[in-house]
Design a protein around this ligand. Structure first.
Ligand SMILES: *Cc1c(COP(=O)(O)O)cnc(C)c1O
Ligand SMILES: [Zn+2]
Length: 575
């Protein structure tokens, strides 16, 4: 064991310092529940310089800055160490190349609450606790349940009745007691606290729980290490020493705000250790139906007025009363830069769709809120094209909730039986005499999946990434035959021979540019009627605009078009 004092707990109200005791939830001097862990930073910095390169990439590699240093192998499930994914397609779509996704879906129970649960359970297990209470909008109770199962701790999980049934069943599956409360999340928290007090049980107190904040800060440590690995180290302007990288922005969907509070503490600790030179700005995104922080921030107030009846489908983010956590985040935002923004449920669902279709990442609606916030902040010019942005993808969609997809997301194949009668799908098991469905029948059935000829679209662009982006946007909707050309001359040839229903044309290409291609298409009676969408990164001069005038169906600015807008444009042209 290291011979330095590991950590101390400092009261945020009176400054009193004590040793860390997992079951102590108040300052012994003044009774405040708002306290934070402090460490011997220079000592840890020295130790990390030597040891960190040889440790596995998971949450416990930062053990010197955690309350529990030696987690039992009976508790860990491989928490932390989630990938930082460069969102190349999304970056092209939005015109911001440096977008990175911290993929917290890859935690053991599929949300970033795994960090909180693993560190907390490790600490309280050491203290001999065997029964705990957690109020939750779903994910906290799921994460705690998994770790509690391993640690031999019983969990009472208080959830609002609005939590999706799949999540409630998941909590129960781990052997926890689910208590459904018909009321708001804030009411649920009060009832859980009452229950814990009556029975003398340990209760998770969100941002006031030392282990929760300490766990969340490991997200900052990982981001800094991963960005450094992907982009290379920075050098200190004076000492010439290598520094870890930090993004310009950390973006997260928030409910109570514990995540960003922990992440900001993490970056501040890295700065104190001399490992980074600046703390990123953060953007906290709320669901519009429950946005107490955003309302207070926009009125420049350090205290939030509680929202009594949250009105959002996104239950995960339904903390109506963020209390002091907001005030602390407010001061962080004033100090390091930052903002609070709200998005509608629909915007979040749409962002979920975009991320699934464009980056292969399926997330829960709450995480979609963060991405919808990203779109909004870029559009507003608050996030700049050159910024490096890390978005926390906080949770996975576990079974996709039907409301997100709407109707028509699957197609039915009904195979006609020999007798010629159509069988309804999923009725009785097939009887023997149906087995010989003719090949004609099968082929006919496939017509129900997709028509024989798809609308044909030619993509003309000299960069492969841009063609891939447009192809992907079209493909994600299924029904197009897509042809590609990477220069003007080949494009003309391709369009003349294949007669596409639509051309998506880039303007700036070597040899023969898009303007010329367009002119030649319009001169030739065979191709003059084919609709053209121009997609360009160029800001057009009035003269160039005049050259396009009346000859194209739509102009899409590259790096500034959302897939849905583009698809709507395509559909309206093909209809
Ligand atoms: C808990 C949770 C949030 C909100 O986190 P806070 O930092 O506590 O506000 C966002 N997304 C998901 C998926 C969550 O589970
Ligand atoms: Zn105190």
């Amino acid at each position: 064991m290291d011979n330095f004092q590991h950590l101390q707990i400092r009261c945020l109200d009176c400054g009193h310092l004590t040793d860390y005791r997992p079951i102590e939830i108040q300052c012994p001097a003044c009774g405040s529940m708002w306290r934070e862990a402090v460490y011997n930073y220079p000592h840890v910095a020295e130790k990390w310089r030597l040891d960190l390169p040889n440790r596995p990439f998971n949450l416990w590699r930062y053990k010197e800055l955690l309350p529990s240093q030696t987690p039992s192998p009976y508790i860990t499930l491989g928490e932390g160490g989630t990938p930082l994914i460069h969102a190349v397609n999304l970056g092209m779509m939005l015109g911001v190349q440096g977008i990175y996704i911290k993929d917290e879906r890859q935690g053991p129970t599929r949300s970033f609450k795994d960090r909180q649960a693993s560190v907390t359970i490790a600490a309280i297990k050491d203290a001999g606790i065997t029964e705990i209470v957690a109020a939750s909008t779903g994910n906290v109770a799921i994460a705690y349940s998994a770790y509690a199962a391993r640690a031999g701790i019983k969990l009472w999980g208080f959830v609002t009745s609005l939590v999706p049934a799949v999540k409630m069943r998941e909590i129960a599956l781990y052997g926890s007691q689910v208590i459904k409360v018909t009321g708001s999340y804030d009411q649920t928290k009060k009832i859980a606290a009452e229950f814990a007090a009556q029975r003398g049980l340990y209760q998770d107190m969100g941002s006031r729980t030392i282990t929760a904040i300490e766990a969340m800060k490991t997200i900052a440590f990982e981001i800094a290490e991963q960005l450094t690995r992907q982009l290379g180290p920075k050098t200190h302007p004076e000492t010439g020493k290598p520094l870890w990288r930090t993004p310009d922005w950390y973006i997260q969907a928030v409910s109570g705000g514990m995540g960003p509070l922990g992440v900001m503490k993490g970056f501040a600790e890295l700065q104190r250790m001399g490992l980074i030179d600046h703390i990123p700005a953060f953007a906290a995104i709320q669901a519009a139906g429950c946005q107490p922080m955003v309302t207070a921030w926009k009125a420049d107030q350090p205290e939030a007025t509680p929202v009594e009846s949250p009105n959002t489908y996104i239950e995960t983010l339904a903390t109506g009363s963020p209390g002091r956590t907001y005030t602390m985040l407010y001061h962080w935002a004033k100090r390091v830069g930052g903002t609070f923004e709200a998005v509608s449920d629909d915007e979040a669902f749409r962002a979920m769709h975009v991320l699934a279709k464009m980056e292969g990442i399926s997330m829960e609606p709450a995480a979609g809120v963060a991405f919808a916030g990203l779109f909004k902040l870029i559009r507003a010019g608050i996030i700049k094209p050159g910024d490096v942005v890390v978005v926390n993808c906080t949770g996975h969609t576990m079974p996709t909730e039907p409301i997100v997809l709407g109707e028509g997301w699957a197609r039915n194949v009904i195979i006609p039986s020999k007798t010629g009668l159509l069988k309804q799908p999923e009725t009785q098991p097939q009887s023997d005499k149906d087995k010989g469905a003719t090949e004609d029948g099968l082929l006919a059935a496939l017509d129900q999946v997709a028509p024989e000829r798809f609308p044909r679209i030619a993509i003309v662009d000299d960069t492969a990434e841009a063609r891939r982006l447009v192809r992907r946007i079209l493909q994600s909707q299924g029904d197009f035959e897509i042809l590609e050309a990477d220069n003007g001359r080949d494009a003309l040839e391709l369009i003349r021979t294949s007669k596409p229903d639509l051309v998506v044309l880039d303007l700036m290409m070597p040899e023969m540019d898009g303007f010329t291609v367009l002119e030649k298409l319009k001169e030739d009676p065979q191709t003059a009627q084919i609709p053209v969408i121009v997609s360009t990164a160029k800001i057009l001069t009035p003269r160039e605009k005049a050259r396009l005038q009346g000859r194209i169906q739509a102009l899409m600015q590259k790096g500034n078009f959302m897939s849905d807008d583009f698809l709507n444009e395509v559909r309206s042209i093909l209809d």
